[in-house]
Design a protein around this ligand. Structure first.
Ligand code: GLA
Ligand code: GLA
Length: 688
């Protein structure tokens, strides 16, 4: 018996255990497909069927194993109300499968057909000024309108009934890039009902919102204005929470149509937009199976750190691997000047996505559409169906995904450092910036850059995420800090965690009202200090301490220590008089850990010195030390294996010494190496 246990049962159990581990790391599971999927957005409805096969052949030749289809095809799927036409879609899916390409089906609700909006004009969205959208373009629907939801439910259910058991459909994308609020009568009524449910009585709301201010006192919930700007900050914060709940129920409506008809293996997601913050992605993702985002470079040049931060943000929605549902084949059409990525950077970006925990990279779009608003957008195939120059680079990525996929299957990034990203706080700051340059995302990224550089692994998490796995937690501008969140953070600190709060932290409570203790509100006692005053800056202010010296810019708070145990880390130099000689950053040991408060936006070099000391104090080691600047180190692992991904984001060749002899899974040779030379934008995927 004992030997059977050892020879058969134990190994079998280990295999099962490994299977569960990998399943939780991997974003999703799909049979007969490589673990890393290269894909493209394909619009068969825009082409005669005779064009499909040549397109799919060209995709297959580029190692594309995934297409997303359908997300704008409502008028083709349901040309008239209740007349569903899915045969074409079924043929498209079957033909893709013939070329070893699996499918994510998009529900088409981001683009309602003309018959719908003509017959049911109440489904059109209304902007804050009361103007109703007309039919045209896309996203012209109201997310709150019951009729629209019913029609969306119907089309989603029809699709699921037809394709929910189709073996080649691996998952569903709901709608496309949820974005705009609506201020139509349904949305307004629902907001009032939402407030009534939250506050119980209007008196309670009046008290929490302090509505005696400007005679805002309400006698009835229905009197409350519905706005997303120029209003009481409590109202604005609740509006954003209502919008978050409404997009969540918008999703649930479609999920309830799909799930009963779909195999469990088919995941349901939607494509998100990075830092876009009209609603709370953590809330939305409670009802989605995996996270996915559309990775477009919003500025003229690819900023690898900033882009990596968004991958980490997206991974944090479900705290597991995610997908890049769309990315640019070198350029987009919606920036001021749509400069391309440089040759080599498309591949660099694809591997960065994988390095940060994506299991799929999908290009938007496969082929230039014959007409339409996006004729100038980057593609992989031109209008003639022939490859454009970037096709070869994407093909190389596809070949590499196939080579390295098995090693990366079931692995994900692991980190002992987290940055807290709070929608409440971002909203609260953005409603009342006080200093126009204080962009909370920029401030988060300012902390992210040195932390990523120094540790090579950072999680970006929601304020209420479990913290046990982290040695260091940084909350860059945790403006909204209610008591329950303070309790959560304090419990972490007492057990040995190191918490760093950035400027503007702890000013507000759950209702966007001022915390009575001043900043950092319910953490002031533990810190042994509060903020005596905040100041907006339009010039640099000298600042320094043991960690080094530099400048404060944009924002400066004077810290008022109240405990002898509270150590001053930074002080301001002479400037406007108010700041001169005052403490700017303090720290205190609390329980087995510590709380640090940094009250100024400090320059990058000084911030890097500060984060170095935080990282050291927390005992966090980098994955690989001595790596040249501009070479990104990513590691994906699970209990059994570990893969290193090195990306040279610079235009110079870079030499990296490896921690052990390794094999470059995508290199020209399969011999073991102790170091690697990465050319301009070069990538190595290394396994021991
Ligand atoms: C004006 C208004 C006040 C107040 C101040 C703020 O003077 O009359 O109610 O809003 O501006 O500067
Ligand atoms: C978004 C949309 C796509 C397409 C691309 C173009 O990501 O989801 O439909 O318009 O932008 O960059």
């Amino acid at each position: 018996m004992q030997s059977a246990w050892k020879t058969r049962i134990l190994p079998a159990l280990l295999v099962i255990l490994a299977g569960t581990l990998s399943a939780s790391a991997q974003a999703t599971a799909y049979t007969d497909q490589p673990p890393l999927l290269l894909g493209a957005a394909w619009y068969p409805e825009q082409w005669p069927e005779s064009q499909w096969e040549p397109d799919l052949e060209l995709m297959e030749a580029a190692h594309i194993h995934l297409v997303r289809i359908g997300e704008f095809a409502w008028s083709t799927m349901e040309p008239e109300e209740g007349q569903y036409k899915f045969d074409w879609l079924e043929r498209a899916i079957a033909l893709a499968a013939k070329h070893h390409i699996c499918v994510v089906l998009g529900t088409p609700t981001a683009a309602p057909p003309a018959w719908l909006t003509t017959k049911y004009p109440e489904t059109l969205r209304v902007d804050q000024n009361g103007r109703r959208d007309e039919h045209g373009n896309r996203q012209q629907f109201s997310f709150a309108n019951p009729k629209y939801r019913q029609l969306a439910h119907d089309i989603a259910e029809q699709m699921a009934t037809r394709f929910g058991h189709n073996p080649d459909v691996v998952g569903w994308q709901l709608d496309n890039e949820y974005a705009a609020d609506s201020f139509d009568p349904d949305a307004k009524g629902q907001f009032h009902a939402w407030l009534a449910k939250k506050y119980g009585t209007v008196d309670n709301l009046n008290q929490r919102w302090a509505t005696a201010y400007w005679s805002q006192t309400y006698n009835d919930f229905n009197q409350i204005p519905v706005r997303s700007s120029n209003e009481n900050p409590a109202l604005l914060l609740d509006w954003r929470r209502f919008v978050s709940d409404t997009w969540t129920s918008y999703s649930e409506n479609q999920i309830s149509a799909i799930r009963p008809h779909a195999d469990k293996r088919q995941f349901i997601t939607t494509n998100t937009m990075g830092w876009f913050d009209n609603f709370d992605e953590y809330k939305l993702h409670t009802v989605l199976d995996i996270a996915a985002w559309d990775d477009y470079i919003p500025v003229d040049h690819y900023d690898a750190d900033a882009n990596g931060a968004v991958h980490d943000l997206t991974r944090g929605y479900k705290q597991k691997n995610f997908w890049v549902m769309e990315t640019e084949p070198a350029f987009v059409n919606w920036r001021k000047t749509n400069t391309p990525l440089e040759k080599g950077q498309v591949r660099d970006m694809a591997w960065q996505a994988i390095g940060h925990g994506s299991d799929a990279v999908e290009y938007w779009q496969w082929r230039a559409a014959p007409n339409g608003q996006e004729e100038y957008h980057g593609v992989l195939a031109g209008i003639d169906g022939k490859p454009v120059p970037v096709y070869d680079e994407v093909k190389q990525v596809g070949a590499e995904f196939e080579k390295a996929g098995a090693a990366l299957a079931g692995t994900s990034p692991q980190s002992s450092v987290a940055i807290i990203q709070s929608y409440d706080s971002r909203w609260a700051i953005d409603f009342q910036r006080h200093s126009a340059a204080f962009d909370p995302v920029e401030e988060l990224i300012a902390f992210y850059r040195p932390l990523r550089d120094q540790t090579q692994a950072v999680d970006v998490i929601s304020p209420d995420a479990p913290l046990d796995q982290y040695k260091l937690v940084v909350a860059p501008a945790l403006n909204v800090l209610p008591q329950n969140l303070a309790n959560h953070l304090l419990a972490y600190v007492r057990q040995g965690g190191h918490l760093v709060l950035g400027p503007r932290s702890g000013m507000k409570d759950e209702y966007n009202a001022l915390n009575p203790q001043r900043q950092p509100g319910p953490l002031a006692d533990a810190l042994g200090a509060n903020i005596s005053q905040f100041y907006a800056l339009d010039a640099d202010v000298p600042i320094g301490g043991d960690a080094g010296s530099g400048t404060a810019t944009i924002w400066a708070e004077t810290v008022n220590p109240s405990s002898p145990e509270t150590k001053t880390l930074l002080r301001y130099g002479a400037s406007n008089g108010w700041l001169d000689g005052q403490p700017a950053a303090v720290s205190r040991s609390v329980g087995k850990g510590s709380i640090t408060y940094v009250g100024a936006w400090v320059d990058p070099a000084l911030l890097a010195k500060l984060t170095t000391s935080f990282v050291q104090q927390a005992g966090v080691q980098p994955i690989l030390s001595g790596v040249p600047e501009g070479v990104e180190v990513c590691q994906r692992s699970n209990g059994e294996k570990s893969v290193l991904i090195l990306i040279n984001h610079t235009t110079m060749e870079q030499h990296v010494a490896l921690p052990a002899s390794m094999i470059n899974l995508i290199g020209e040779s399969s011999s073991r190496i102790d170091s690697v030379d990465l050319p301009k934008y070069g990538v190595a995927v290394l396994e021991k």
